[in-house]
Design a protein around this ligand. Structure first.
Ligand SMILES: [Zn+2]
Length: 136
């Protein structure tokens, strides 16, 4: 993959404490996650209600109605989570293209490398994330 020779973005990325190699690795992580999640999302769209979730209900003593009801609810939750995760990843990749990746979207301080490795789509520093979680 070709490296981006844009001086302005690499300067800003340096401010975020990320080398271009780290950035490349994180981008690959995000792109892999996005591909995986996109595949899952397609399954939900194309085969809604067809997914084998019998293990979730153990198939024991469940009426058909209950099984379907549970399956639908599980799918709803999974779909919502997948959509959220995909939106986060897409947003992270966009920030990467714009040279704003790795900076807290609230206070602008650089996110620690270990936080980004654990959560490549992270958009807030730990302090701001905590505030958001409390507000939520
Ligand atoms: Zn912050």
């Amino acid at each position: 993959m070709a490296t981006s020779p844009l001086d302005s973005t690499s300067t800003r990325h340096e401010r975020a404490g990320l080398t271009s190699a780290q950035l490349d690795a994180l981008r690959k992580l995000l792109e892999t996650d996005r591909a995986t999640l996109s595949g899952h999302a397609l399954v939900f769209v194309d085969e809604h209600g067809q997914i084998d979730l019998t293990s979730a209900t153990h198939g024991q003593g469940e009426t058909e109605h209950t099984a379907i009801d549970i399956e639908r609810r599980v799918n709803d939750v999974l779909e919502a989570n997948t959509r959220d995760a995909l939106a986060e990843i897409t947003s992270a990749l966009r920030r990467m293209d714009e040279g704003r990746y790795g900076l807290c979207q609230d206070c602008g301080s650089p996110l620690p490398g270990e936080r980004l490795v654990a959560m490549p789509a992270a958009r807030f520093c730990v302090g701001c994330q905590t505030r958001h979680d409390i507000r939520r």
